[in-house]
Design a protein around this ligand. Structure first.
Ligand SMILES: [Zn+2]
Ligand SMILES: [Zn+2]
Length: 127
C-alpha cells in the first residue's frame, strides 16, 4: 500500500497546501480560518468544524481565533499564524462593531457619554 502523509485539508473551503510547500502543522485553515474540533473539553472525539466567530487578544497581545464547533457547540481557540488571511482576521475582529445588537444611534449616545465626537457631524465641526 502506498504511504500517503496526512495533509491538511480544510473541510469548509477545501484548502490544501501546495504540493511544493513543506508539510507543517495547521491549527486551522489559513484561507477561511476554520479549524477541526478534534476532541471536546471532556476528551471525546468530535470532528466538527470550528467556525471562526471572534478574536481573543491575550494579555501578551497575541491573537487567538475563537471557533465555535458546528457539531457540539463548544468554543475552542487556535493561535493565529503568519499565514492567516489578514483581511479575514480583521473582518472577524470587527464584525461585532459593524453589527451591534442595538440601533446605531445608541453608539452616538455612548460615544457622547465617553466624551468623544460620536455624532454624524464628524470631527470638522465649529468649536
Ligand atoms: Zn478553509
Ligand atoms: Zn465539537
Amino acid at each position: 500500500m502506498e504511504y500517503t502523509p496526512k495533509r491538511f485539508h480544510c473541510p469548509a473551503c477545501g484548502f490544501e497546501p501546495a504540493e511544493n510547500v513543506p508539510e507543517r502543522e495547521y491549527a486551522h485553515c489559513p484561507r477561511c480560518l476554520t479549524a477541526i474540533h478534534e476532541a471536546d473539553s471532556e476528551g471525546y472525539e468530535c470532528g466538527g468544524k470550528l467556525q471562526p466567530v471572534s478574536i481573543w487578544v491575550k494579555p501578551d497581545d497575541s491573537w487567538e481565533i475563537l471557533g465555535r464547533c458546528s457539531l457540539c457547540g463548544e468554543i475552542a481557540s487556535t493561535h493565529v499564524s503568519d499565514e492567516d488571511d489578514p483581511v479575514l482576521l480583521l473582518s472577524i475582529a470587527g464584525r461585532p462593531l459593524s453589527m451591534p445588537p442595538f440601533p446605531l444611534e445608541k453608539i452616538e449616545e455612548l460615544t457622547r457619554m465617553m466624551g468623544g465626537a460620536g455624532d454624524k457631524g464628524g470631527y470638522g465641526r465649529e468649536p
